[in-house]
Write a new protein. Structure first.
Lengths: 127, 408
């Protein structure tokens, strides 16, 4: 890190083809994918820039939370509202979806627009 | 014999899937395992006799299947699966009985508000009512592959997003119960007034919904809305024998042969409703049921207490402020005070662009205009209804009305 310059955090949004599933654990495709991502992650880790990373379950596992007039409204899947754009992120660790949804509803974005609650795949931290 | 054995096994379906879901911690796995156990029962029970404890038998066999499946998966992935130990260790006594807590956990899981509403209905029919994917697909007139995909996707979401199999805490019940009631109500209405297809009434779906409502109410005796839903279904379904004529065309409530209504169901519905109201916590299903009771206990359309019906609809608007409820109130007001009073309300809501596409609004307007002696306007309203593609029997009914109007 160049001295005197305050570092900036960046969020990389990793896109994939819509509906594409992760390869099944134990298959050669899975091993190849893990190796490819492992190489990229290792590079960032060695450079000391990596903060955190994880794959996400597909958008079909999402729940969108909106709070309108004090009432919590849930919809299956990501928000279809084209006038919304990603404005921030929060990572929580909860016992189940109900607990995560309760916290999501407390975020002001749920009142102004929406909060998409997407489960994160539990992967072992890269060594 | 195989039919009664099939029914016997299916009666245990809800309890068996619930018990195995708790054991495996995975709904999809449990459902597959119970399906295999059910198939085994169909083969073995006729030969060996029905076991003394059909539930225990199904759960024992299903658990063994689930362990086998886990073992195969573990071999493929080359690792030990923790769930296998849990499944294998928990002893299941021979006198094992169904657990109402498990059963409620299962229906609350299938009707979780984070799931797509259509998927909630499909999951409930599959995992709670025990219908096959093919039967559910046929009921909703979609290809079997489409329905299978909908079910698979819902089960994947439950697993991936970790929607847990657990009983809602007392404080969670008020926000969670309406979704369960709504799913059962949707199954009933799809049977009672099929939205698609040539048949207007699908009795099998009505029976399934009634069975679910009955089971739910008995498992939640302190929830007046669960009883309210059961009362509503009983009081409405009691009219089924008179709802269609020999040709399969719908018969208006006012013109139905009330001697064909099921008196026993009406009496039961009335008793269930009375008990629910006694708990002193009214809600939309209890009000709906009270309206159904006004109709089902009246000797004729004229003898119906229409003022009370209109009043109950005003009450219902507090819970469901929709133009559809307002339209129903208009019809009741017209019966109590004359068609002109009802038309005032209908004309106000007819301007709603969404509701203009609802053919039943035009049918109702046509009826009131006809009764008010405004034949030309009535015919216009009926024609507007025909343009909105009502179901085949409704089309026949409106066409008949139009012919009567143009003949006089």
């Amino acid at each position: 890190m160049p001295g005197g310059v305050k570092p900036v955090k960046y969020l990389f949004l990793l896109n994939r083809a819509a509906g594409a599933e992760l390869p099944e654990s134990g298959t050669p495709e899975y091993a190849a994918t893990m190796a490819a991502y492992g190489a990229a992650v290792e590079g960032m880790q060695k450079a000391g820039v990596l903060v955190d990373c994880a794959p996400l379950y597909p958008a079909s596992a999402s729940t969108t939370v909106r709070v309108r007039e004090g009432e919590v409204l849930l919809t299956d899947g990501p928000s279809a509202e084209i006038k919304e754009e990603l404005g921030g992120y929060t990572v929580v660790e909860c016992a189940d979806l109900d607990e995560a949804l309760r916290w999501a509803a407390t975020i002001p974005a749920a009142r102004d627009a929406s909060v998409e609650v997407r489960p994160v795949v539990a992967v072992q931290a890269p060594v | 014999l195989s039919r009664t054995i099939g029914e016997l096994a299916r009666d245990q379906w809800w309890s068996a899937v619930a018990a195995v879901t708790r054991l495996t911690g995975d709904l999809g796995r449990a459902e597959d395992a119970v399906q295999e156990a059910y198939a085994a029962a169909l083969v073995r029970w006729p030969a060996e006799g029905v076991p003394a404890n059909p539930f225990g038998w199904l759960v024992t066999v299903a658990r063994r299947r689930a362990i086998d499946e886990l073992r195969r998966e573990a071999m493929r992935a080359g690792k030990e699966v923790a769930a296998m130990r849990r499944l294998g260790d928990a002893p299941l006594p021979a006198e094992a009985a169904a657990d109402p807590g498990d059963e409620l956990s299962l229906i609350f899981l299938c009707c979780h508000p984070a799931l797509d509403p259509a998927a909630r209905v499909a999951l409930t029919l599959r995992c709670v009512a025990g219908l096959t994917t093919a039967e559910i697909a046929a009921a909703f007139l979609v290809p079997e592959a489409t329905m299978a995909k909908r079910l698979t996707r819902a089960k994947a979401k439950i697993r991936q997003a970790r929607i847990r199999f657990r009983l809602p805490a007392p404080g969670e019940l008020p926000p969670r119960l309406p979704s369960v009631l709504r799913v059962i109500y949707l199954i009933f209405t799809e049977g009672h007034m099929a939205s698609r297809g040539p048949a207007l009434v699908r009795g099998d779906l009505c029976d399934t919904a009634l069975r679910l409502a009955r089971s739910l109410a008995s498992r939640l005796p302190q929830e007046p809305e669960a009883a309210g839903l059961l009362a509503l279904l009983l009081l409405t379904d009691a009219r089924r024998p008179a709802r269609l004529d020999e040709a399969g065309d719908p018969v208006l409530l006012a013109e139905q042969d009330r001697s064909r209504w099921d008196r026993q169901m009406i009496a039961e519905g009335d008793a269930v409703l009375t008990q629910a109201l006694r708990l002193g916590r009214p809600g939309p299903y209890q009000v709906h049921a009270a309206i159904a009771a006004c109709h089902s206990t009246a000797a004729s359309a004229e003898a119906t207490d229409w003022r009370q019906v209109a009043l109950l609809y005003s009450e219902l608007i507090r819970y469901e402020p929709t133009p559809v409820i307002e339209a129903n109130r208009a019809v009741a007001v017209a019966m109590a005070e004359g068609p002109a009073a009802g038309l005032v309300i209908l004309d106000t809501i007819a301007h709603d662009p969404q509701l203009g596409k609802w053919h039943q609004l035009h049918v109702a307007r046509g009826e009131l205009l006809r009764r008010a002696g405004r034949a030309a306007e009535a015919a216009q309203a009926f024609r507007a209804a025909l343009e909105l593609e009502p179901s085949a029997p409704e089309r026949a009914y409106v066409t008949r009305r139009l012919q009567e109007l143009t003949a006089t």
